[in-house]
Design a binder for this molecule. Structure first.
Ligand code: C2E
Ligand code: MG
Ligand code: MG
Length: 396
C-alpha cells in the first residue's frame, strides 16, 4: 500500500513515513504542496496523511484539491491545534465527500500512527477505487403526482416506536409517510414533502390523509389491546390555516377517537414563519388536547425563540446530536443542556436517532424522557409494527 505524508516540518513527515515503512508500506514524505499534488496526481496512493498547518497553504486547501481530483483513498488529518479545529476540518473533509479515517493530534506518537495505519489496512473501501456510481436519481415529481399517489392508495404510513426511558414502555409511535411507486420503489418523504409543500392544496390533503390514517391505525392498535399515541408530522402550511385545529378535532370526533390519540410534531423552520398565526393555530391545537413536539431541535436558526413563543409540550433532540453522543464531547454537552432546558421549562424531552445501547444508557443517565431510533426499531409498516409491539410488550 502506498502512503503520502505532507507536513512542512520535514522531521515529522519523515517520522510518519518511517513508521509506515516499518509496517511494509511504500511511504513518501513530502514537505511542499506542489510536490504533494504532483505525486498524488501521478498515482493516487491508498492513504494520505495531511498536516493542517502548512507553510504556504493550509490543509483545507489540500482537501479541496483532493476533492477536485475525485480522490477516494483514506485521509488522515494531523494538527497541533486543539481538537475543535481538527473536528471542524474533519467535517469539511466529510462534506466534500472525502474519506477522513482518523485525526491525529500532534505531537503524534508512533503507537497512535501504527493504530491508524492498522485500521486503514483493514478497510477495503479505503483503497483507491473509481468513484462509485451515484444512486439513480428519482424521476422528478410534481405536486400533481403526489396528489395522484394519495388518491390511488399508493401512500403508506409507517410507525416507529418511541420508548419511555423509565421502564422502556411504548406509549407513542411516530407516523412516517412513504410513497410506494411501481416505477420508483419506496420513495422517502425527504424526496417529496418539499414538492408537496409547493402546492397548498396538495400538502393539506397529504396532512389530512396522514391524520385520518394515523387515527385509523390508533384505533386498530387499541382494538388489539395496545393503544399507542400516533404522532404525525405537520407542515408549515398547516400552521398557517386558521381552521386547521378545527379540522383536526373533527377527524378525531368523526372517527370516535379519544383526545390524545394523535400527537403532533412541528419543525422549527416551519413554525417560525408568520409567528402570530402559527402561535394562534398551535395554541388552539393544545387547547383541543393535541400534544405538540418541537421536532429536530437544534438544527434551525431560532430554536430558542420558537420555544419562548410557541406552546410546545415536548422537544425532540435532533439525531445529528444524539448520533454523536458517544464520540463528541460537544454533542454530549449540548444534549445534556437541552434535556435540562426542556425540564426547566416543563417540557418532555425525546431523543431521535438512538442507535446504540451506550446511547440509551447515556441518555437515561441524563434524564431523557423518550427514546426513538434504530436501536429499538426503524419505522415499520402497520402489521410489522403491531407484531413488534406485541413481542416488545411480552419482553419488557
Ligand atoms: P423526522 O420527523 O425528524 O423523522 C425522523 C426521521 O429519522 C425519519 O426519517 C426516521 O426514519 C429517521 N430515523 C429514525 N430512527 C433513526 C435512527 O436511529 N438513525 C437515523 N439516522 N435515522 C433515524 P424519514 O421517515 O425518512 O422522514 C424524514 C422526514 O420527513 C421526517 O423527519 C419528517 O420531517 C418528514 N416527514 C415524514 N413523514 C411526514 C409526513 O407525514 N408529513 C410531513 N409533513 N413530513 C413528514
Ligand atoms: Mg418527526
Ligand atoms: Mg426529527
Amino acid at each position: 500500500m502506498r502512503l503520502v505524508v505532507l507536513d512542512d516540518d520535514e522531521s515529522i513527515a519523515q517520522f510518519m513515513a518511517n513508521v509506515a515503512s516499518g509496517r511494509g508500506w511504500d511511504a513518501h514524505a513530502v514537505t511542499h504542496e506542489d510536490e504533494f499534488q504532483a505525486l498524488v496526481r501521478a498515482a493516487p496512493p491508498e492513504a494520505i496523511v495531511l498536516d493542517l498547518q502548512l507553510g504556504a497553504s493550509d490543509g483545507i486547501e489540500q482537501l479541496r484539491f483532493l476533492h477536485s481530483l475525485g480522490y477516494r483513498g483514506a485521509i488522515v488529518l494531523m494538527s497541533g491545534f486543539d481538537g475543535r479545529v481538527l473536528a471542524a476540518a474533519e467535517a469539511i473533509g466529510n462534506s466534500l465527500g472525502l474519506t477522513i479515517v482518523a485525526v491525529i493530534e500532534k505531537p503524534a506518537r508512533a503507537a497512535r500512527v501504527r493504530d491508524v495505519l492498522a485500521a486503514i489496512e483493514q478497510i477495503p473501501a479505503a483503497t483507491v477505487s473509481p468513484a462509485a456510481s451515484a444512486p439513480r436519481a428519482p424521476r422528478s415529481v410534481s405536486p400533481n403526482d403526489i396528489a395522484a399517489a394519495i388518491d390511488g392508495g399508493r401512500m403508506e404510513l409507517h410507525l416507529q416506536p418511541i420508548v419511555s426511558a423509565a421502564g422502556h414502555a411504548v406509549t407513542r409511535a411516530e407516523a412516517l409517510i412513504r410513497w410506494r411507486d411501481p416505477e420508483m420503489g419506496l420513495v422517502s418523504p425527504e424526496q417529496f414533502i418539499l414538492v408537496a409543500e409547493q402546492d397548498a392544496g396538495v400538502i393539506d390533503r397529504l396532512t389530512m390523509w396522514v391524520a385520518e390514517t394515523g387515527v385509523a391505525q390508533y384505533l386498530r392498535l387499541a382494538a388489539l389491546g395496545s393503544a399507542v399515541q400516533v404522532c404525525i408530522n405537520i407542515s408549515g402550511h398547516n400552521l398557517r390555516s386558521l381552521d386547521f385545529p378545527e379540522r383536526m378535532a373533527a377527524v378525531l370526533a368523526r372517527m370516535s377517537a379519544p383526545p390524545g390519540a394523535i400527537g403532533l410534531e412541528v419543525t422549527e423552520s416551519t413554525a417560525m414563519h408568520d409567528l402570530d398565526t402559527t402561535a394562534a393555530v398551535l395554541t388552539s391545537l393544545r387547547l383541543k388536547g393535541f400534544p405538540i413536539a418541537l421536532d429536530d431541535f437544534g438544527t434551525g436558526h431560532s430554536s430558542l425563540t420558537a420555544l419562548r413563543r410557541l406552546p410546545f409540550s415536548a422537544i425532540k433532540i435532533d439525531k445529528s446530536f444524539v448520533g454523536e453522543l458517544e464520540t463528541s464531547n460537544d454533542s454530549l454537552m449540548i444534549v445534556r443542556s437541552v434535556i435540562r432546558l426542556a425540564h426547566d421549562m416543563g417540557l418532555a424531552s425525546v431523543a431521535e436517532g438512538v442507535g446504540t445501547a451506550g446511547a440509551v444508557r447515556r441518555l437515561t443517565e441524563l434524564g431523557i424522557d423518550g427514546l426513538q431510533g434504530f436501536y429499538f426499531s426503524g419505522p415499520l409498516p402497520f402489521e410489522g409494527f403491531a407484531t413488534w409491539l406485541r413481542q416488545w410488550r411480552s419482553r419488557v
